[in-house]
Design a protein around this ligand. Structure first.
Ligand code: HSE
Length: 291
């Protein structure tokens, strides 16, 4: 048997839609795999009742198929589904690494990124790699059609998860088809600022670089209380706030000393909007680990 822990992730970071991602040091999924004649799936943990065990409808079934690696796969969910924290990517990345090891396929983590992205296609209809790349490689990742670049960043974060569900498919439907040049120039500038901030391990630059005028405003509409949660986090000392992945989680970047205050302010602001929420005080972390 092989066991792998793969972390939650936060994609987009505002200005890097479908390109940027970070691994979070918590929460995480744990996946156990054993050789079998055909793939079977068992799911326990947070939100397991919403996850199909049919291999044709579960992300890890697609990964097992892509690696030609039938197995009994047990997923212990630590990352809630439909949270915006890369729940499906954590399972896909863990399964890809575990099955690669179990069947001695010899693929590198970089080579496993497109394999794990096959799992993403099952849930969102598109094999985007911005969550699976950090789940496998750790750090801050820039995923393009040509491959993945990584930066070993160390930045404090708060990921605030409200008790509402937003499906990735629905959140992709509200993404505008076009953007005007002024907004594109603004977003490119912010994305470049964010990348420099990650390289310099500078929360203020990362926060400034999260601002996006194209995708985030449309998605914010799907999250009850988003504007107030964002304002509360900024007032509590956050350097930047955005929607985490497809939402509904809200991600804040801040200095180490502000993290507890920012987390409390975000939970309180959701509470004032009648939405229960929990905050993970986290940071940019490492990729999946084999036990
Ligand atoms: N980049 C993706 C999105 C991440 O925002 O739709 C969610 O899977």
């Amino acid at each position: 048997m092989v066991t792998v822990r793969a972390p939650a992730t936060s994609a987009n970071l505002g200005s890097g839609f479908d390109v940027f991602g970070v691994a979070l040091d918590r929460p995480a999924d744990v996946v156990h795999v054993e050789r079998a004649d055909r793939t079977t799936i068992e799911v326990t943990g947070v939100g397991s009742q919403y996850i199909p065990t049919d291999p044709d409808r579960n992300v890890v079934g697609a990964v097992a198929e892509a690696l030609d690696a039938p197995a009994h796969i047990r997923i212990d969910k630590g990352v809630r589904p439909s949270s915006g924290l890369g729940s499906s990517a954590a399972s896909s990345a863990a399964a890809a690494l575990a099955l690669n090891e179990l069947y001695d396929r010899g693929l590198s983590r970089e080579e496993l990124v497109p394999v794990a992205a096959e799992g993403e296609a099952v849930v969102s209809g598109e094999a985007h790699a911005d969550n699976v790349a950090p789940a496998l490689l750790g750090g801050f990742t820039v995923a393009t059609g040509e491959g993945v670049t990584t930066v070993d960043a160390d930045i404090p974060l708060v990921a605030c998860l409200p008790e509402i569900a937003v499906s990735t498919r629905d959140a992709r439907r509200v993404v505008p088809d076009t953007a005007n040049m002024e907004d594109i120039v603004h977003t490119v500038g912010r994305a470049a600022t964010l990348s420099v901030g990650m390289c310099r391990r500078d929360p203020a630059l990362v926060g400034a670089g999260m601002d996006d005028r194209i995708v985030t405003p449309a998605r914010a509409e799907l999250i009850t209380g988003y504007a107030d949660v964002r304002s509360a986090a900024l007032a509590a000392g956050a350097d930047g706030v955005t929607v985490s992945g497809a939402g509904p989680s809200v991600l804040a970047v801040c200095g180490e000393r502000e993290r507890t205050r920012v987390a409390a302010a975000m939970v309180e602001a959701f509470d004032e909007a009648d939405v229960a929420a929990r905050a993970y005080k986290t940071r940019v972390g490492s990729g999946a680990e084999v036990f």
